[in-house]
Design a protein around this ligand. Structure first.
Ligand SMILES: [Fe+2]
Length: 351
């Protein structure tokens, strides 16, 4: 971002925040004078900045019903919400940051925007590689970025690894997400962690040489597969779950990648409590509830994701995809290696 556009973004955030305070501090009663409203922290409302937006209303409503704690949420992309929390500083109304990529959670923690939460419920329910070693963020649902294919044009015997999609047999047959998207960056970060930069770059150069169709929507990627515009794609599994729910005959299949080696690339949606949370206690209760069997079931199923809590079963449509071996990497690595991944993608000519 240029200095000018950074300044404009900051100014916009500050103005929006000032208007927000004004709007939430006063209630208008009939035509009478404005009276100060009870501040939100006194009411214990949990404010969430969430990049995960599919089906969250019903989940937060269930939390409110069970605990009596009201929830407000604002949606946006991982990066924009992170910038907003940073710009708002100690005046942020955000109690919880929910992101859809571990790399962005790692970056938020690195920038001092999240605080450590010592909770036996969170550390007990969420596997170690899906949470921050310093307890500043916790994975709540798993999304597998794997290989998908059209069964009339590809047989699963032809598929094996992300790396093998660099082979010349896939020339003109691939659909992938652009380099600008965090999903692509985290996948490449996981390859850097597995092989080192030189080998990871060779793979990405191989993908580029196969002239993939780059589409900035996993749903459209899968629709392109179905329509014959590509034969094989890399996408998140839940987009297929969603399309299959709407049409059980949707002609795309899942192939779990890299099963004979490190396993398929799994990312998380997850969250942390902000450093300046006005309602820290209730924010922790929300995260703990989302990690509980009831919260996990609702949160994961609302987007056809896998629960991170291993005691909770996935949605039946997703269960039909079968079990798989997952790359056991600590997902914080996607953040630590994000800048390297972006540079590598650029140098390899992947746009
Ligand atoms: Fe997504």
């Amino acid at each position: 971002m240029s200095k000018t556009s950074k300044f404009i973004t900051m100014a916009f955030v500050i103005l929006a925040f000032a208007l927000g305070i004004f709007a939430s501090t006063f209630l208008r009663t009939g035509n009478g004078p404005q009276v100060p409203a009870e501040p939100e922290e006194a009411k214990g409302i949990v404010n969430i900045y969430t990049a995960r937006h599919y089906g969250v209303e019903q989940v937060f409503e269930a939390f409110t019903e069970e605990t009596g704690i009201a929830v407000r949420f604002t949606t946006g992309s991982d990066a924009i919400l992170r910038e907003r929390i940073k710009a708002e500083g100690k005046f942020t109304p955000a109690d919880v940051y929910l992101a859809v990529d571990a790399g962005n959670l790692w970056l938020a923690a690195e920038e001092g925007l999240l605080s450590a939460v010592e909770s036996a419920v969170l550390t007990g329910n969420i596997p170690e590689n899906m949470r921050d070693p310093k307890n500043q963020w916790f994975g709540l649902t798993k999304r597998v970025r794997t290989i998908l294919y059209h069964p009339d044009r590809v047989s699963p015997e032809e598929l094996s690894t992300y790396e093998a999609l660099a082979d010349a047999q896939w020339l003109g047959r691939l659909a992938m997400r652009p380099a600008t998207h965090a999903y692509t960056q985290s996948l490449v970060a996981s390859m850097i962690a597995a092989h080192g930069e030189a080998r990871a770059k060779e793979v990405v150069q191989g993908w580029v040489a196969n002239k993939p169709t780059l589409i900035d929507s996993d749903t459209r990627i899968l629709e392109t597969l179905a329509a014959g515009g590509a034969d094989v794609a890399i996408a998140n599994h839940y987009y297929l779950g969603r399309l299959l729910e709407a049409n059980p005959a949707f002609p795309v299949r899942v192939f779990w990648a890299n099963q004979d080696e490190r396993g398929a690339h799994v990312n998380i949606s997850g969250g942390g409590v902000t450093t300046h949370s006005p309602n820290r206690e209730n924010a922790i209760r929300l995260l703990e509830w989302l990690a509980s069997p009831q919260g996990q079931k609702l949160f994961a199923d609302s987007n056809h994701e896998f629960p991170t809590n291993p005691a909770v079963l996935p949605h039946p449509i997703i269960a039909e995809f079968g079990s798989f071996v997952a790359d056991p990497i600590n997902m914080g690595e996607f953040g630590r290696l994000q800048a390297d991944a972006i540079k590598l993608l650029d140098e390899a000519g992947y746009r």
